[in-house]
Ligand binder design. Sequence first.
Ligand code: FAD
Length: 287
Amino acid sequence: MIPGNFEYHRPTSLGDAVGLLSTLGDDALLLAGGHSLIPMMKLRMALPEHLVDLQDLEALKLIDVNNGTVSLGAMVTQTELIASDNLHTACPILRETSLQIADPQVRNMGTIGGNVANGDPGNDMPAVMQILDASYTLVGPNGERQVAARDFYDAAYFTARADDEILTAITFAAPAAGHGSAYLKQKRKIGDYATAAAAVILEMSGGTCTAASIGLTNVHDTPLWAEEASGILVGSSLDHATVQQAVAAAKAITDPASDGRGPKEFRTHVAGVMVQRAIASARSRAQ
Ligand code: FAD
């Protein structure tokens, strides 16, 4: 399929990009790696009259790990996330998750900003950002504001970002040293979006879980932070009964569509299995 006609803009500064978005209004869309947007344009599900390409905004391509704070520029690609040893040391779940996104060609172009701003419940990074309690920096004509990843997603493709704002960075506190994490994703084949996926970060001390955060991908029209399920794990030894209780609480907040990935009941079941396995894997990695 061939996309509709559009005018192409390639600003070289953030100010110019914001200015273009403000001037062009609803008729313009931002272009990052293009690996969600271009397929939508080819299907004519997106028909922008203008594309504002962010590729020349070098300031948005930085990975910064400093004093326990991680900052990722929106234009960092998934391949760059995988390659950064500093980032892997601080927060290994990002490499593990990125490696489960599509294939190398997609990861070479697809950006972290596009992945989290897109609003597609199938995107893998939003749930991970929710368990990390990350904050998104949005820059628009009225300046800069921060929105928590946990507050960003309203419905499929609807987010807290205004049309004239650019998501420039993602920031979070690096998880505590010795934490364990895991991203478990069940998919029909390599390169597919999740039937259901679970992200878990936890901390253990003397055999007791002292902190836990659980997230879910593609089992609702938004990513899910399973707050109640996370709380159930804290204070326990992660014994079988407690884990089952947390799995049940996580499943209770899912509401997946019945689609080509399976009926709703199956996808809910898979979500529970992913949560259980991700807890076990995170626990085995925690020190
Ligand atoms: P784009 O496609 O350029 O943009 C996506 C949307 O976000 C657009 O609406 C755009 O306007 C907006 N946007 C982009 N950047 C910003 C910004 N900085 N600020 C505000 N808005 C912005 N993803 C997964 O997570 N898991 C998968 O399993 C997966 N499988 C895939 C398989 C295939 C075959 C393909 C083609 C893609 C797949 N993807 C998957 C999607 C891929 O990860 C995309 O690259 C990613 O979702 C979007 O990033 P992008 O940089 O390509 O954004």
